[in-house]
Design a protein around this ligand. Structure first.
Ligand SMILES: Nc1ncnc2c1ncn2[C@@H]1O[C@H](COP(=O)(O)OP(=O)(O)OP(=O)(O)O)[C@@H](O)[C@H]1O
Ligand SMILES: [Mg+2]
Length: 258
């Protein structure tokens, strides 16, 4: 099996503290993976829905906005929901193809009520994720900030959890909690990516080492990423330094088979 085909069906979740660069990283990594594979699916699992713009596309209507479809697929009447609704057509129907060849699915927002949302949309999205994780697609999921969703088990079944960390104690503390919760839901492979690196970051590197979280790579602070955001263009066209670092990370993901 070639090294690329080993990576071909990997399921990668990207998490971290708010604002560290999860979406930028997940988007650029997806684009780079799509250079070698036409089976890359990027999932925007953050209610803020920013992944499309990093991928150079307009944000499509999120899946949660298709209320009638979800109701029809999930509800059995009497307030009961199907555990395994039909979801095998969703990627083809609603996944958009971005300019860099990634297929993008935007999940949307779950209405929260009480502990653990049991609304039809939640059942539907969970079933969809379970289905996608069983396919041979190469999946990159951009998660919402923090750790609450991990508690709800949203990332269960992924092969690797990449925690994006920036130079600061808070981001490392979040990484520590993410590692613990990832283990709780069965993800053993938890690695870090240091983002927006400028100047010395020995302290963060040492802390991550102490926590036994391997550092997959370091992405420099890249003015190109900032410019892309200001000018409303996808960062892969201008963020050369960040892209180079993410390419190294992609190669590491392949060669070390995380
Ligand atoms: N390597 C980088 N160099 C410079 N700026 C960056 C870099 N990575 C991300 N940024 C900038 O940092 C900000 C946050 O990035 P991004 O939206 O990717 O973070 P996030 O972790 O997904 O945020 P959120 O928690 O809100 O989802 C953005 O303005 C983005 O342009
Ligand atoms: Mg984000």
């Amino acid at each position: 099996m070639s090294s690329t085909s080993i990576l071909n069906s990997k399921k990668i979740a990207v998490s971290g503290k708010g604002g560290v660069g999860k979406t930028t990283f997940a988007g650029l990594l997806s684009c780079l993976l799509a250079e070698d594979s036409n089976r890359v699916v990027a999932i925007d699992a953050d209610p803020d829905m920013n992944l499309a713009s990093v991928l150079g596309s307009e944000t499509p209507p999120p899946l949660t906005s298709y209320k009638d479809l979800i109701e029809e697929r999930v509800s059995m009447g009497n307030g009961l929901f199907r555990y395994n609704p039909k979801v095998d057509d969703i990627l083809d129907r609603f996944g958009i193809i971005t300019p860099c060849g990634v297929r993008l699915l935007v999940m949307g927002t779950l209405e929260k009520g009480g502990t653990g949302c049991m609304c039809p949309a939640s059942s539907f999205l969970r079933a969809l994720l379970r289905y996608l994780l069983k396919t041979d697609m190469l999946i990159v999921m951009d998660m919402e900030a923090g750790i609450e969703h991990l508690g709800r088990g949203t990332a269960k079944g992924f092969d690797v959890m990449i925690v994006v960390v920036e130079n600061g104690l808070k981001a490392v503390q979040t990484a520590e909690r993410i590692k613990k919760l990832s283990r709780d839901i069965g993800i053993e492979n938890v690695v870090a990516v240091l983002n927006k690196v400028r100047g010395e970051c020995d302290k963060v590197v040492n802390l991550l080492e102490e926590l036994n979280i391997p550092i997959l790579g370091m992405i420099p602070f890249d003015e190109g990423v900032v410019r892309a955001e200001i000018e409303g263009m996808p960062p892969y066209e201008v963020a050369k330094d960040a892209l180079k670092a993410i390419r190294d990370i992609k190669n590491k993901l392949i060669s070390e088979n995380y």
